[in-house]
Design a protein around this ligand. Sequence first.
Ligand code: TRP
Ligand code: SF4
Length: 329
Amino acid sequence: MTKKRILSGMRPTGKLHLGNLYGALKNWVDLQNRGDYDCYYFVADWHALTSDYGDTEEIQAYRFDMVIDWLSAGLDPEKSTFFVQSSIKEHAELFLLLGMITPLAWLERNPTYKEMKAELAGKDLSTFGFLGYPVLQAADIIMYKAHGVPVGVDQLPHVELTREIARRFNFLYKDIFPIPEPLLTDFPKLLGIDGRKMSKSYENSIYISDQGDILAKKVAAMFTDPQRMRKKDSGRPELCNVFTFHQIYSLFQEADRIADACRKAEIGCTDCKKQLADRIAAAMKPIHDRRDYYLQHQDEVREIINSGNARATRIAKLTMEEVREAIRI
Ligand code: TRP
Ligand code: SF4
């Protein structure tokens, strides 16, 4: 019996940070290691173009580095398939065909579309490609007849649209696509070092690749409880981003002890952060070791991508044969 498939992707628009590691990658690794799914993870480089079409210089570098981050985080090419969207031209064909059956109103009412257009007001996003973002995403997902799509809540509207588009295809032509389920990652959002959402554009991220001094400096710069000015003031760990990180990186009792000492003004923020920096460095050590390995063995990474592309292409070709036959084109 063939296993059910899981598929997810990320846009190569920057280095991956700890928010990506805990919000997505760890979940991908868990699903891979559970062994009851066949996992496909891909670099959505065409999707990067939908918003960054005018600024393409770094996409290739990010694409490669992203795969290195995946490998470092524990994704295993023996168990999961990695591929690059733009290498599988079938995605473009399916995107075009799904475009024929997707009502404009579905795309125009997409909340992510409206939000991103407002948020990125400096860019002209009144393009066909940007409006069609979810159609391309639907093509990515149903190409592999995925049953599960591990994503964060921000992607729910897109997965919902994929479900509607798949249903419409099945209804109009032939019932060939499973209706995919979103597999939500329920990990609290990690804030950046300035207390805002961790995001490349705010320059407040701790990157997976940050090691040694860079990592220590970023932790030292983290915002704490804003009302705690001096060590003798008692602190409120529940309002402190440093403490949120301790809850992830320090053992349960240790985090409890820190909270207690903070409330009683027995520990200063500088020491608290030093402890955290050590914890993060220790937890990230195996990830950084793998990163260093792959940076020195880039041919291996290229080989992993090539063989993943070949595997994905085989499936995409089979699906497209079925699709063309169903549509009679
Ligand atoms: N839209 C996703 C994001 O921004 C990336 C993506 C593209 C994706 N195609 C996908 C995710 C298919 C899951 C499945 O994170
Ligand atoms: Fe935050 Fe630690 Fe300072 Fe308390 S001691 S406010 S938890 S940094």
